[in-house]
Design a protein around this ligand. Sequence first.
Ligand code: UGA
Length: 439
Amino acid sequence: MSKTRIGVIGTGYVGLVSGACFADLGYQVTCLDIVPEKVEKINKGIPPIFENGLGELLLDVVLDRKLLKATLNRREVLDNSDVIFFALATPSGEDGSINLDIMVNEATAIGEELRTIDDYKVFVVKSTVVPGTTSGVITKALESGGKKLGKDFGIAMNPEFLMEGVAIDNFANPDRVVIGSNDDRSYEMVEELYSTFTCEKMKTSTSAAEMIKYASNSFLALKVSFINEIANMSEKLGIDVGDVARGIGLDVRISDKFLRAGIGFGGSCFPKDVKALNYLSQDLNAASKILPGVLEVNKQQPLRVIELLEKHIEIKDKRIALLGLAFKPETDDMREAPSIIISDKLIEKGANVVGYDPIAKESAKIAVPDIKHVNSVDEALKGADAAILVTEWKEFRKLNADNFRLMNGKIVIDGRRILNWQELIDKGFTVKVIGQSIP
Ligand code: UGA
């Protein structure tokens, strides 16, 4: 039997990483995008986004093994694929609800093409969508050209659980594979793609798979907001929240994952997905009481570093260095990064803000255009009245008093709890750390 051929619609983080990883497993993959420059880059083996290991992987699967190809031509993807993944964006609307226009328009265009296609294909939604979407509007759009679900094509929902920065490793070593499908044929075609995976493969309805994705991200976001609340209390009580996180994390029912206190969660997923689930709960007349709290804690948390800073200096006209701007390390992603809230507030209070990020400089210039962007830690610290550690990049873990001596002032705020603060205090600095009471 010939190997299933894969199509991927959308070459963002999820689409491109998944496509490249499937190609690495030996599948022939054809990716669709509407942006010519992206398609061109991918076909040269160059990733249009920053993701660890993706450059090497693309060179291998595109140029050496010729298993992955990108195209602007929808028909080419359909003609060369048996299973087609939708990995398109599902942005948040103003009210937190998700906007499915991009997905539905694409599914409608595919439905039109299907008129003249005779072989059976399975369409798999990988994008995060609210329960009911795959079997509802997406199916309706695919059927709009006249072909019928079950007879002419199948559908499935296969959520992704990839973390930016470690996405390739997450793809290869997942905790589980969830396949939502309302018929056996579609399930089997998708399951076969994961046949070499040893983790549990779970079959559910498409709606349950959709809910699993929202509930996973919301639960992880809840853990982060929870530990941040505990951090804020611990700080006032003279307790190190790191001890508390370790202490509760040793309980296997809780686990120590996602209990790192700091300045809150950002990125393209947690904020959007918690908002969408919250909106859905209201829409269902089953309004969540927990999710608004998760969001509220997270809205305030970035401002904690400013609160700590203001205990020591008046911000107006001061030069404040931000170390790290990306929403987390190992990515250039600035979407919903806490650095945006922090720099906006500092500017509002009259500070001159200087920012340095090892990777995200270009995306940060767009997301936080009103700060000065520099090329090194030393440049950021030089002459600064205070420094705030915003993103826990590896290179910042090694910073010591010699680096901070370049500052004009002596105040260091650690928003991610990674600095060797005792050494800094011993050398005469005033250090404040989220979730840590330092006299
Ligand atoms: C998240 C999920 O972890 C993935 O499983 C999911 O596939 C992905 O969203 C998605 O829906 O596409 P990601 O947004 O890449 O992945 O980032 P995470 O590593 O989960 O971190 C999210 C945010 O939480 C970051 O701002 C991070 O700094 C923060 N965080 C995380 C904490 O503040 N403390 C922690 O203990 C963990």
